[in-house]
Design a protein around this ligand. Structure first.
Ligand code: PHE
Length: 394
């Protein structure tokens, strides 16, 4: 047991990204002066912690988010920082694992002395991470976790995205009204809070329209064989399959469906948002639709600038993850400026007062539950890329 713990501690240590390691010259942890001073005290750089799936099957989520957060913080530092202090992003890898997410947030608070936490993407990771941030009273902003339970953790946990009851309604309405679909099969990841919640939300919105869920099947993240579930679905009169999963599994599911001759329309949510979906799914994913936070091809002037800057720096277009990462960082910075510093309760209060913040993904206003009330887009997969289809207002 002890051995195992030591091993985990060592692994976690090595997971702190080299590029963002503390250099020690910054005046100690977060510029802290001495023992009892809180994080952010003193005069050196101030650490903002980011916990993210930098590796693993959701690596694209963490990497895209991290790139955008760093761009945002660079910009803030370039124009003088916050109350005269420079910010420094320290990223800890969660590897897409819930236990690692808890370790990462603990480390970001205790060792790195973060004044605030950004992350995670995946709801099942923001839940354990958020519980620690709440217990330690350090504000956390998730860019992109959409499960309602995340912000229900408590008053220190925020998000800059919409939540799944809305996202489920968007896809239910789109299926019924735009695609004229009446009968849907659901294929969800039974280990993911996000997937279970979004499946339920879709069902809750689709059935009252007269639509029918004809069969529900499930898998677990990382499964490689989906043929039993898809065969069961094939044996029904479903016209579409709603697959609220993450891109790696969804790509493999699309492939298997094609191989088994299951020619149903695939529908999904924001968890599909990665170019890797097209790499893994190939032609099999063409013609599918999913809801999302952002469409680079239907961007506002502010979003266009972000897309261009991201592309210039990283050589690829950002996904919705990048856009949300940028917005999460900027909403946090705005709150720190409003708070006039980094004291946790003041930043928490300023975050809760976020109103009409002009983000890359739209206007952000924190509602009393610390969620952002925002529109969603529906994207269609055409020739291995996601194309803007429509916008749905809350
Ligand atoms: N909303 C997903 C979740 O809560 C994460 C996600 C957001 C994935 C946006 C891709 C894009 O788990």
């Amino acid at each position: 047991m002890i051995r195992r713990r030591t091993l985990i501690a060592l692994l976690t240590l090595s997971a702190v990204y080299a590029g963002c390691k503390k250099d020690g010259a910054a005046g100690g942890p977060a510029g802290a002066t001495s023992g009892s001073a809180g994080p952010g005290a003193g005069s050196g750089e101030v650490v903002v912690g980011h916990y993210a799936s930098m590796t693993g099957s959701e690596a694209h989520f963490g990497q895209d988010t991290d790139k955008a957060i760093r761009m945002a913080i660079d910009e803030v530092n370039g124009s003088g920082g916050v109350v005269g202090r420079k910010l420094k992003v320290v990223t800890v890898d969660t590897r897409g694992d819930a236990a690692e997410a808890a370790n990462a947030v603990t480390r970001l608070i205790d060792v790195e002395r973060s004044v605030a936490i950004l992350g995670e993407v995946a709801s099942s990771l923001s839940l354990p991470g958020g519980r620690i941030a709440q217990r330690r009273k350090i504000p956390m902003v998730s860019p992109s976790s959409t499960n309602p339970k995340v912000t229900e953790i408590g008053d220190y946990v925020f998000r800059v995205c919409f939540i799944d009851p809305f996202q489920g309604k968007v896809m239910a309405k789109f299926a019924k009204e735009n695609l004229k679909i009446e009968r849907v099969a659901v294929l969800k990841d039974q280990k993911s809070d996000y997937s279970i919640g979004l499946a339920d939300a879709f069902k809750a919105a689709f059935e009252p329209t007269g639509g029918k869920i004809v069969v529900e099947q499930s898998y677990s993240k990382g499964d490689t064989d989906f043929s039993a579930q898809l065969t069961a679905i094939k044996n029904t009169d479903a016209q579409a399959i709603f697959v609220p999963g993450y891109y790696t599994d969804v790509g493999a599911i699309a492939k298997t469906a094609e191989r088994l001759g299951v020619k149903l329309i695939l529908l999904g949510g924001d968890g599909w948002d990665s170019p890797d979906l097209f790499k893994i799914g190939g032609n099999a994913i063409n013609g599918a639709y999913f809801s999302n936070h952002f469409a680079p091809d239907a961007a506002t002037p502010k979003a266009k600038k972000f897309v261009a800057d991201f592309k210039a720096k990283h050589g690829v277009e950002p996904t919705g993850l990048g856009a949300l990462g940028w917005d999460a960082a900027m909403v946090l910075v705005e709150a720190m400026k409003k708070a006039g510093g980094f004291e946790a309760d003041a930043v928490r209060k300023a975050l809760s007062e976020t109103r009409d913040f002009e983000g890359v993904t739209g206007k952000i206003t924190m509602d009393p539950q610390r969620n952002a009330n925002k529109s969603a887009v529906v994207l269609k997969v055409v020739d291995g890329a996601a194309k803007y289809e429509t916008t749905v207002e809350p």
